[in-house]
Design a protein around this ligand. Sequence first.
Ligand code: ADP
Ligand code: MG
Length: 121
Amino acid sequence: MNKIIGEPGSSRTTYQHENPDWVIKKPNTTSHRHKNLQEWKTWQLAVEKGIEELLVPCVKCAPDGDWLIMERAELLEDKRERPPKLPWMHDAGWKNWGVHNGRKKLLDYASSEIYKRLKQL
Ligand SMILES: Nc1ncnc2c1ncn2[C@@H]1O[C@H](COP(=O)(O)OP(=O)(O)O)[C@@H](O)[C@H]1O
Ligand SMILES: [Mg+2]
């Protein structure tokens, strides 16, 4: 596998993809595959709702969630860089943010709570 980016999360580890503009998220165990599927679903919903500019785009996801390809963002270095909260964001600490195409965006949105809130927009 390629180089790990950032620190492994509680459910997934992120690796550099062969394409330098992409990363690949791998579940830490098979029981974490649903996190990739959740993030993919939330991305589709964000596009539907027209708020996709606030999320780092997902590119592709394995049908069983065994991998998810996302565009690469630069990690924030300091918690003071944290952007303002929006009402549908849930539990989005500064480590869940990155800079993508010059804009701050969420890079970890595998959350059923975010999905639920977006659905209500
Ligand atoms: N699109 C991305 N670009 C660059 N680094 C990322 C990206 N997505 C995640 N990471 C890094 O990988 C770490 C783990 O991924 P994350 O999606 O947060 O997994 P988990 O769901 O386990 O919290 C993140 O905290 C971040 O450092
Ligand atoms: Mg995380």
